[in-house]
Design a protein around this ligand. Sequence first.
Ligand SMILES: C[S@@+](CC[C@H](N)C(=O)[O-])C[C@H]1O[C@@H](n2cnc3c(N)ncnc32)[C@H](O)[C@@H]1O
Length: 441
Amino acid sequence: MMKMASNKQTSYVFVPGKNWKLSLAEVAAFLETRKCQFKIADLSKSFFTLTIEEALEPSLIGDLGGIIKIGWVMSRLSSETVVNAFLYAKKQAQEEIEEELSTGYVADEAFKASSKKCVFGVSLYFEGRQFLRHAKEMQRFIGNYFKGELASRGVKARFMGFPRNRKLPQLTHVEVLKKGLIEKSAEILFCVGREQTYAAKTMAVHNPFEFQKRDVGRPVQRKIFSMPPRLAKIMVNLSSCALGKVLLDPFCGVGTILQEAMLAKAQVTGIDINPWCVRASCTNLAWLKDEYKIEDGRYRVLLGDSRRLTDKIDVDSVDCVVTEPDLGPALRHIPTESYAQRVADKLKPLYRSFLGEAHRVLKDGGKLVITCPYIRTRSGTFVTLGIEKEAEKTGFSPVYPIGSRIFANETPLTEDLAKMSSFVDIEERHKIGREIHVLQK
Ligand SMILES: C[S@@+](CC[C@H](N)C(=O)[O-])C[C@H]1O[C@@H](n2cnc3c(N)ncnc32)[C@H](O)[C@@H]1O
């Protein structure tokens, strides 16, 4: 994933998926598990920058479930200059931007791979609504700058436009993939942070087709109950799973979490109470091992009741438990608060017995990443299981993946993030979402 470089620090831009807090938590857990020295500098919903001593490999994006793009920072300038250039239309500030980009040899770096004729991309990311009205103009300015630079090198270039209805001038990861921008030319990410603005070159984008293959392309599927592979990967990373670790999913269904853990080179065990699920997981894991050529991929799937996990699994034997026990019945309508509460109350005994058993099978320091239902109600509130107290009684401590240790500077936002040991994942259209807890023995 990473190779050691010189002691020079390198900066990268990360564009997270919709659930940016969860994406940030995943990146932090992934890098900390691998003992990387890094700090997050600029932080916003649309991008964050990360300074690290190791050089990151493009393949990193495939190891993460929550990151859409990773860019390598080529040059940076003051965001004040960007404000002056575009919000106040100051010519001098615009010239300063061009000058900064040319002294940083950004065009040479960005377009190393280009031939005499090329199509490239420019995407704009920013923090703050004040740029919204100017975003398209800013994107064209940056695009025209590079077009001019390329012309002066004898390259006939044009940059990609956007459909009229696109709100933000940002290429999607699929557009970058389909146009082959990374291999054939470049996508420039112009990212305006609170204090600094970064010109970065996209080095990797999320490949949804790979994730789709592991979802709808595997031999056995179960539409309603299985979880998206992207979320499974995020949860596996939050559990500090890595090469050689022992990971258990005691409610494994068709094996989505086990698949992502096997790709992380863990030794995986699945348990399910339903014999059909046990067979389905086995079939899917055998397929995965073959499809992804995981030579020493070790897995087993057992039939069992996870309320009595220790019947099947040795005490103190597991590094990571990652699981989704039961989110309750599929709801046709948004429920009333009292109905949602009844659903939650019915699930509590299962979670309670399981927490105790999970604690027993985990090694000291081992992590449990578990989803609980997060039920939307007609009154606009959400009903949850509230497992925190039960987990604490059982002996678990909360884990704070985005602690202040990972930030270069503390702000009110980083202070809030540092208190998070659970993450909500729910979309507007969903009646039930997930609350993902990260706990440690
Ligand atoms: C929400 S599904 C898990 C889905 C899984 N993550 C996947 O992607 O396929 C919950 C699973 O737990 C199993 N289950 C329910 N109660 C159980 C128990 N007491 N012990 C073991 N498995 C159980 C169900 O059969 C079901 O397959």
